[in-house]
Design a protein around this ligand. Structure first.
Ligand SMILES: *Cc1c(COP(=O)(O)O)cnc(C)c1O
Length: 513
């Protein structure tokens, strides 16, 4: 503690002392308390992960609801931390969906790198805020350096820049926000940031592929353009310039204004990636903003075998990449990359209390001008630590391994008459379905596949994905985890088969009865 308080004379100092136990302070007692808490918790967590046999313990929605409802979350008087952590243990530590388990493979939901868990500890304890230099001097420099080096790795020149975001939703939104505002300024001489939407805004159109992420439509809606402003170009999974040209001609013939085109590098369900080089050329010929949603596929840049699938990405006006998916970072961790950093001007605001212009002149980085958030986490520390530790060669090998595993699993599924493979994805997703025995009733197939997914989830045995193709129910494995083996997956396929047979039998006996 700085200075000596005279407790008798200063009642406020006495109560401040009484608050000490709730904070990490510079007293040795507090430091000891912190160490005990962290090492105790680390022990508990490690034990849980070490011994967790299933990805979920199978607690039902009703059981979880009742357990949570029994807790007075805002009591008048607090409880010991030990007691609160004990309740938390039962509720979340034991009832987690284990991202570490090889049978947790539904979503783009990754096991985080060990090194990133160290980063998270540092992030939360020091609690730097990325909006202004005086809340995060070294952290601001680190985030900027991660952004600069990453821009270079993706082929952007020194005009490129980036900012960390809460994830793909926010990055896609930022891309379309800047697209809308630049179009309006350059083509219509209208400043949306100050004047609001121009009269012609109802004619703005955003093009994207059929399988684009729903956040494209969500962004259009929040941006005041309406989700009807989003036009999905027909042509199925693989977008081509031909599809794009046809869509643009049709829109312009109707007097509409195609302002932006979003392509997905790695669609959420099928991992599809178009030819970015050609698509970029086409979009730019029509003076459209070209946004690449590489939330999922962005990591392929680090794979020597698969990076060619992203050729042309540096031609994008903006790019979305999620570090909390194929980069194995704890949530949240996303990035928004911009080819021309001057485009951040469309969202730049000056607040005297945060980023006065004289700070900039003094070399102090107030990163708030690049973000639509104000207070912001120091998420850049996670890739900063993890990537130095792992190195991009090893990281690339991990990506390769997951894609190779998906190919091996796809072969296996294709050779098994009890399954149908939907599509060979260029990434690590496997989309397939279980086929009923001696019965080609499509309704039965849908019912069985939906039931398989739900039964596995509710029993906690596996967390697998589901999707639909032309109205038919399909299952999905997203093989993100580089520590998962072929054996882990075939074992699960065996369980799916047994479950399918049992469910079919039950359905047929009940319908006969
Ligand atoms: C996950 C995903 C998003 C949304 O990103 P969040 O990080 O969940 O906000 C957007 N686009 C694609 C292609 C995605 O896979």
């Amino acid at each position: 503690m700085i200075g000596q308080d005279n407790l008798q004379d200063d009642p406020l100092a006495a109560s401040a002392r009484a608050f000490n136990q709730y904070f990490l302070t510079s007293s040795s007692d507090s430091a000891a308390q912190y160490r005990t808490m962290i090492s105790g918790l680390a022990n508990t967590i490690a034990k849980q992960i070490e011994n967790q046999q299933q990805p979920y313990n199978g607690k039902s929605p009703a059981e979880l609801k009742a357990a949570v409802a029994a807790i007075d979350i805002f009591p008048a008087q607090g409880t010991s931390l030990q007691e609160v952590l004990k309740r938390t243990h039962e509720l979340i530590i034991e009832s987690n969906i284990s991202v570490y388990h090889p049978h947790c493979l539904a979503h783009l939901h990754c096991p985080p790198f060990l090194s990133s868990l160290a980063a998270e500890l540092i992030i939360s304890v020091f609690n730097q805020s990325m909006d202004s230099w005086d809340q995060a001097p070294a952290a601001s420099m680190i985030e900027q350096a991660v952004c600069d080096q990453l821009c270079a790795l993706y082929g952007f020149d020194t005009d490129g820049d980036a900012v960390f975001t809460g994830g793909g939703t926010m990055s896609n939104f930022m891309g379309l926000l800047l697209a809308r505002d630049r179009y309006s300024k350059q083509q219509l001489g209208w400043d949306i940031q100050r004047q609001g939407l121009p009269a012609d805004a109802h004619r703005f159109r955003i093009l994207c592929g059929e399988d684009a992420h729903f956040t494209v439509a969500q962004s259009a809606s929040i941006l005041g353009l309406g989700s009807n402003a989003v036009v999905k170009i027909p042509g199925g999974r693989q977008e081509t310039t031909q599809h794009l040209e046809t869509a643009i001609s049709a829109l312009t013939a109707e007097g509409l204004l195609p302002i932006a085109y979003v392509t997905t590098a790695g669609t959420t369900d099928f991992g599809a990636i178009g030819n970015l080089e050609q698509l970029a050329n086409c979009a730019h010929q029509h003076k459209m903003w070209f946004h690449v949603d590489a939330a999922y596929g962005g990591a392929l840049m680090f794979s020597q075998t698969h990076k060619h699938k992203l050729r042309g990405i540096a031609a994008a006006d903006s790019v979305t990449i999620d570090f909390h998916k194929l980069f194995y970072q704890p949530i949240s961790c996303g990035i928004f990359m911009l080819k021309n950093k001057a485009d951040f001007e469309y969202i730049r605001l000056h607040a005297d209390y945060l980023n006065p212009e004289r700070n900039e002149e003094a070399g102090m980085l107030d990163l708030v001008y690049k973000s639509i958030q104000t207070t912001r986490r120091f998420d850049a520390l996670k890739p900063f630590i993890a990537m130095q530790h792992i190195g991009i060669e090893k990281f690339g090998e991990m990506i390769d391994a997951t894609i190779a595993l998906a190919a091996q699993v796809s072969d296996h599924i294709e050779s098994d008459p009890d399954f149908e493979l939907a599509y060979r994805t260029p990434i690590n997703a496997v989309v397939f379905r279980y086929l009923p025995q001696n019965d080609d009733d499509e309704q039965l197939a849908d019912l069985l596949n939906e039931q398989i997914k739900t039964d596995l989830l509710l029993s906690g045995k596996a967390i697998i994905g589901q999707t639909s193709i032309n109205g038919k129910a399909f299952l999905k494995f997203t093989l993100l985890n580089p520590t998962t083996t072929f054996n882990d997956v075939t074992n699960l396929l065996g369980q799916i088969k047994t479950l399918g047979q049992t469910l079919q039998l039950t359905l047929q006996t009940t319908s006969l009865a």
